[in-house]
Ligand binder design. Structure first.
Ligand code: NAD
Length: 512
């Protein structure tokens, strides 16, 4: 595959399509050469049935770097049929051990292509090179973890009445659908697809409009190392078209969705029409709670990183810092000192964060900042954008606001950008009330040296993961992860994910 860092351009057909959509920026950056990424269906690249395509922009520059196929219902039908063929054929016939070996080999293959995949991911999403490399390593780790777990999901025998043998087995659904966001495209590929494949399902993925290039490349690598045709299929394109077609497809047995709460609700409704179960991994407004006995030196860098990692575009970003009143001023001024040093730049500059994903997201985040200022909330500290960052890139200055009133949108709504809201609290009970005071429940961090308080807080906080004296921003392939309320339901990662992607069957044998 040609490196996407070498800026490519459109053929005449693609440039015509861009112009037809009135995309001036796109037309302006058309350069010399043609590059087009198509769907990946039944082991091969395929154009959309209607030939439709759309441009991909680099967030760091705002320039066009690629064209992707724009799938519709027909393309999703083709992908689901290919997956069904693989499940009923060569893929479905593999033993768990054989499947596991393939997954493990794919993990190794991904690491062999670490530099290439990291460049692709960094260019496609704008994230710093170091982050992109970690993302690709984590993607490989998902295939390693689930590859070695594939033959370790055992059933059970239940003691029952005399003359009976009862067994419980975990079976694949057949074809699983996966609809993913743009913030961690490669990691999400591993996190969502690897456990499903490990359980023996064939998969159809609809990646986000922005951030699908690494997935297409990893699917190619999978085919090169022997994944049967049709076991992994990818349809790129718009959510309202390809995404909606996949969510409502009667040919899938399970749906895994990661994205916004609003689309999650739509997707769940579409799946429910066919009685298809689903997991929803949605947003968050996760608190980092700092008590008066916290180790400031340990907490401050983690509190900063938890909000600027991936430019705040992390569902589990620690976007609220709740600080005990007695230390509020002292802690916040130490935090502000560190926060003011944060810098955003291109992937190659490899700073604290990159741009946000697209112009729409930049406007959305900027609006949160503007409204908070209009509401009279003080800016405690501001990071900076590297002076030589391209003007067309989608950059936002990391911003720390506080004290934020508890009912303000900045204290309640997900920004999905590098914006941290500081709020004071009185005591333990108040900290719990504040932490649980949003519609979300994904992650929380608690900073205290008091062992009893650590346990009390961990139990009372409504979240899928609680970190004590640390913050994982969703990290840990081995750690079950997911939310409650508006953060979604179901669990990914760890061993639990394997059970999400399997149907449990009880076999009751009366043999006398
Ligand atoms: P989004 O909901 O806009 O899009 C997610 C995916 O859904 C994309 O592939 C999109 O094309 C598709 N889609 C859009 N409309 C659709 C429709 N009508 N039917 C079917 N599919 C459709 O989310 P986003 O903007 O890509 O990502 C940001 C959101 O994702 C944030 O809210 C963030 O918190 C959340 N997120 C959650 C997790 C998690 O694990 N909890 C992880 C990453 C991101």
């Amino acid at each position: 595959m040609r490196s996407i860092l070498s800026l490519v351009c459109y053929d005449q057909q693609a440039s015509r399509q861009v112009r037809q959509r009135g995309c001036a920026a796109a037309t302006a950056s058309i350069i010399e050469e043609t590059s087009m990424k198509q769907h990946f269906i039944n082991g091969t690249s395929l154009a959309s049935a209607d030939g439709d395509s759309m441009p991909v922009l680099a967030p760091a520059t705002g320039e066009i770097i690629e064209t992707i196929s724009c799938g519709k219902a027909t393309d999703v039908d083709r992908a689901v049929a290919a997956a069904r063929g693989a499940f009923d054929g060569p893929w479905g016939r593999l033993t768990a051990t054989e499947r596991g070996r393939l997954l493990t080999r794919l993990g190794v293959r991904i690491l062999d292509h670490l530099d290439e995949l990291a460049r692709t991911e960094a260019t496609d999403t704008g994230k710093p090179m170091t982050t992109a490399r970690v993302d690709i390593e984590t993607t490989a780790r998902y295939f390693e973890f689930y590859g070695t777990a594939a033959d370790k999901v055992h059933g059970e025998v239940i003691p029952f009445m005399a003359g009976y043998t009862v067994t419980v087995v975990h079976e694949p659904f057949g074809v699983t659908g996966h609809i993913l966001p743009w913030n961690y495209p490669a990691q999400m590929f591993g996190r969502s697809l690897a456990p499903s494949l490990a359980m023996g399902n064939a998969v159809v993925l609809k990646p986000a409009e922005d951030g699908c290039l690494s997935a297409l490349r990893i699917a190619e690598l999978a085919t090169e190392i022997g994944f049967p045709d049709g076991s992994i299929n990818i349809v790129t394109g718009r959510g309202s078209e390809a995404g909606a077609a996949l969510a409502g497809h009667p040919g899938i047995g399970f749906l895994s969705f990661t994205g916004s709460p609003e689309i999650g609700r739509l997707v769940q409704q579409a799946a429910a029409n066919n009685y298809v179960p689903c997991t929803l991994e949605l947003g968050g407004k996760s608190p980092q709670i700092v008590f008066e006995d916290a180790d400031f030196d340990a907490a401050i860098p983690v509190v900063c990183k938890a909000i600027v990692q991936n430019t705040g575009q992390t569902c589990s970003a620690g976007s609220r810092v709740l600080v005990q009143e007695s230390i509020y001023d002292r802690f916040i001024s130490a935090l502000a000192e560190r926060f003011a040093q944060l810098r955003a730049g291109t992937p190659e500059m490899d700073l604290d964060c990159g741009p946000v994903i697209n112009a729409r997201q930049q406007q959305r985040v900027q609006r949160f900042i503007d409204l908070a200022r209009q509401d009279g909330i003080a800016v405690i500290a501001e990071g900076s954008i590297a002076a030589d960052a391209p003007k067309g890139g989608f950059y936002i200055k990391p911003t720390l606001f506080g004290p934020v009133p508890r009912a303000n949108r900045l204290a309640c709504d997900e920004v999905f950008g590098p914006v941290l809201a500081a709020l004071p609290f009185k005591d333990e009970a108040d900290a719990v009330a504040l932490a649980n005071g949003t519609d979300y429940g994904l992650l929380a961090g608690v900073w205290t040296r008091d062992g009893g308080r650590q346990q009390r807080m961990a139990r009372k906080i409504r979240a899928g993961q609680v970190y004590i004296n640390g913050y994982g921003a969703g990290g840990g392939v081995e750690l079950p992860f997911g939310g409650t309320g508006k953060s979604g339901h179901g669990r990914e990662k760890g061993f639990l994910a394997l059970h999400e992607f399997a149907a449990t069957k009880t076999i009751v044998n009366r043999h006398g």
